[in-house]
Design a protein around this ligand. Sequence first.
Ligand SMILES: *Cc1c(COP(=O)(O)O)cnc(C)c1O
Length: 353
Amino acid sequence: MPVTPRADLADLPAFVPGRKLPGAVNLASNEVAYPPPDHVVDAITQAATGANRYPNPDSALIDRLAMCLDVDAGEVVVGNGSVSLCAQLIQAMCGPGHTVLFAWRSFEAYPVLTRAAGARPRTVALTQDHRHDLDATLAAIDDTTRLVFVSNPHNPTGTALRMQELVRFLEAVPGDVLVVLDEAYREFVTDPEVPDGLVLARSFDNVAVLRTFSKAYRLAGARIGYCVAPEPVAAALRKVYVPFSVNVLAQAAALAALDVRHELLARCAEVAAERERVRTRLLQAGYAPPPSQGNYLWLDLGERTGAFDRHCMDRRIVIRAFDGEGVRVSIGTPRENDAFLAAARSFPLAPVG
Ligand SMILES: *Cc1c(COP(=O)(O)O)cnc(C)c1O
């Protein structure tokens, strides 16, 4: 008999990352367009001289993050990107027959990781205005639900939940269901009504917060993120951690990025201002991007999605297209954004003929 992988993996689609096209304007993966600061590159180079040694698992990074975030070190877990922490969260919370709940469309990794862990994904449609439907999410929670992912701001639409609605939601969620606030884009938020998840995590025993160095901290290629979770959950996350998966270079890069975080956050403010400029121009051109708190915009193009994507590709502009639904466009440098705006203006929004 041949070796046989798990039967339930057969129809599991692989995670599809944003396309990369050398020399093109890359607006597909919500990266910040600027390379890491010299201080960070120097720290990575320095760390490389010790790459013959295994990374220290109880890294200085955890203590540093705990200090920066004003939480206990026991509540902080670092991972090989927050995607890895998503997988750990599912593994730590779910066994066979358990359900993971999230909005759809949402972050591509949620369904794939849920099924890979042997749990069941259950999705809740976004509202007409591309927001989380918290009432429908509450209604979808049942005895099998162990974990709910709420990305805030939401990927891919950019919409964000505000304090009051989130508190009302968290008050209604059963205490044994873990709510994971995925705040990959927290640093681009400019609406003061959008809460810092860590504030909510202080008031609710069933809330974990996911953050990443991939976006604002410009280390997507170095793979490092962190989770702040209630102590028992954090302890379980460490148990399902693949040993040594946060490498020495990533740890050094993250520490150095924290050294220069004011510089990095100042750039995020510029990106957020660009987001507003691009959105205004798109509205003027007849598009309807919902208000975004991330470093990207959503265009609900429906049937025109494929044509719009090809139109951009022809101009060597790479965006993220979801066939039949819409496109997500990252905010790049002002020049890249102008190139995208020119492409959007020259696209026939209504089909010709
Ligand atoms: C980009 C993104 C992440 C970050 O993943 P990393 O593994 O840290 O690079 C996490 N969640 C969402 C919703 C994202 O869009």
